[in-house]
Design a binder for this molecule. Structure first.
Ligand SMILES: NC(=O)C1=CN([C@@H]2O[C@H](COP(=O)(O)OP(=O)(O)OC[C@H]3O[C@@H](n4cnc5c(N)ncnc54)[C@H](OP(=O)(O)O)[C@@H]3O)[C@@H](O)[C@H]2O)C=CC1
Ligand SMILES: O=C([O-])C1=[NH+]CCC1
Length: 322
């Protein structure tokens, strides 16, 4: 009988490591700027009741780590027993297009999204990072707290959530974990959460505005991670006062029309900063990384997980169908 190589979430979790994930994500972002990546704007299907289906095909052209894949993501925000966001990647042979494996990608999506924010923060705000503020307390909020406190020397990580109990539960979990030296605290209002923050992450995808310009430090860096069809979690005035960067033009033209419509001109892709073809702002200013998430980040992650899995399990027959 034919056997499909499926690498499940538990196995993926065993193979994930922040330094490797950062390196792979940074290279994928750079590849976009160097025209070594093929990806279109993804397809986003509105399934009603806020449920969405994202289909994200891409190819990373790289002699050593080339990858061809397609991620399928379902986002059902009302899920309680299952995660609201679940994903799988179909990985194919880069040279022939033949199927290699199906890889569980819920953890991959969380880790590479947080790593992309870490890369953006490295290029846009890599000093005096004392206070991190996170808006939301779901999967992305948690992974950003873990990832950004791993890569930067924050003294305090603050969390605000619509449901305050959930924020308190998250910070208790992060403090108990003891892996990070910083203090995790829950805040009762968005304003108190973001006051004096050096770096901020928005993870709600909310249709209504949560973040006001007058509450922010003049040079705060914002990783805007929440994505939804009507996402407005950051006030237009904040965008108008900021230097805004994106991950890829194809996605931005399609999914960030609401920002183009109010006259926001994107400064460039994070990959352009990595390549040095553009420079970060020379004057003190608010910077925003408008993170949509890219298929080629997923391709790069899938390739990494597949190679590690094959290497560590002594898999001799790499064919998916045996
Ligand atoms: N940029 C990227 O690459 C990626 C972006 N995303 C996006 O990130 C966002 C979060 O995903 P994930 O963490 O997995 O989702 P979760 O469902 O785990 O968390 C969602 C969070 O947003 C809060 N929230 C939802 N709606 C509102 C609202 N109207 N006002 C205030 N808070 C709200 C929830 O609060 P409460 O607890 O009160 O319900 C919860 O804290 C989504 O928009 C998703 O599309 C996801 C993956 C990758
Ligand atoms: O990049 C990604 O996987 C996603 N971005 C928004 C929801 C899923």
């Amino acid at each position: 009988m034919d056997t499909l190589m499926y690498i499940n979430e538990n196995r993926v979790r065993e193979l994930l490591d922040w330094d490797k994930v950062f390196e792979v994500t940074e290279k994928a972002m750079e590849a976009v700027a160097r025209n070594r990546a093929i990806q279109n704007a993804r397809s986003v299907t509105d399934l009603n009741q806020s449920n969405l289906l994202f289909v994200m095909p891409g190819r990373l052209n790289d002699n050593d780590n080339g990858a061809l894949g397609c991620k399928i993501v379902s986002y059902f925000p009302q899920n309680t027993n299952l995660p609201p966001l679940m994903a799988n990647i179909v990985l194919m042979d880069d040279a022939t297009g033949a199927l290699q494996a199906v890889i569980a990608a819920t953890e991959i999506t969380a880790w590479r999204t947080a790593a992309a924010s870490a890369v953006a923060t490295k290029y846009l705000h890599n000093e005096n990072n004392k206070i991190l503020a996170i808006i939301g307390a779901g999967a992305q909020a948690k992974i950003h707290a873990v990832c950004l406190s791993y890569f930067f020397k924050f003294e305090e990580v603050r969390v605000w959530n619509r449901n305050e109990e959930r924020a308190m539960k998250l910070v208790a979990e992060l403090n108990d974990d003891g892996k990070s030296k910083c203090r995790f605290t829950a805040c009762g209002s968005v304003q108190s959460c973001v006051a004096d923050a050096d770096v901020l992450v928005t993870t709600t995808g909310a249709d209504d505005t949560l973040l006001k310009l007058e509450w922010l430090k003049q040079d705060v860096h914002i990783n805007a991670v929440g994505v939804s069809l009507n996402c407005r979690e950051i006030d237009d005035e904040v965008y108008k006062a900021s230097n805004v960067y994106i991950d890829h033009w194809e996605g931005a033209r399609d999914e960030l029309k609401h920002l183009l419509d109010i006259g926001i001109q994107f400064k460039g892709q994070i990959g352009d900063l990595i390549c040095g073809s553009i420079k970060p702002p020379s004057e003190k200013s608010i910077t925003i990384f408008e993170s949509l998430g890219m298929a080629v980040e997923d391709c790069a992650m899938a390739r990494m997980i597949y190679d590690l899995h094959v290497e560590k399990s002594n898999v001799t027959d790499k064919r998916v169908v045996k």
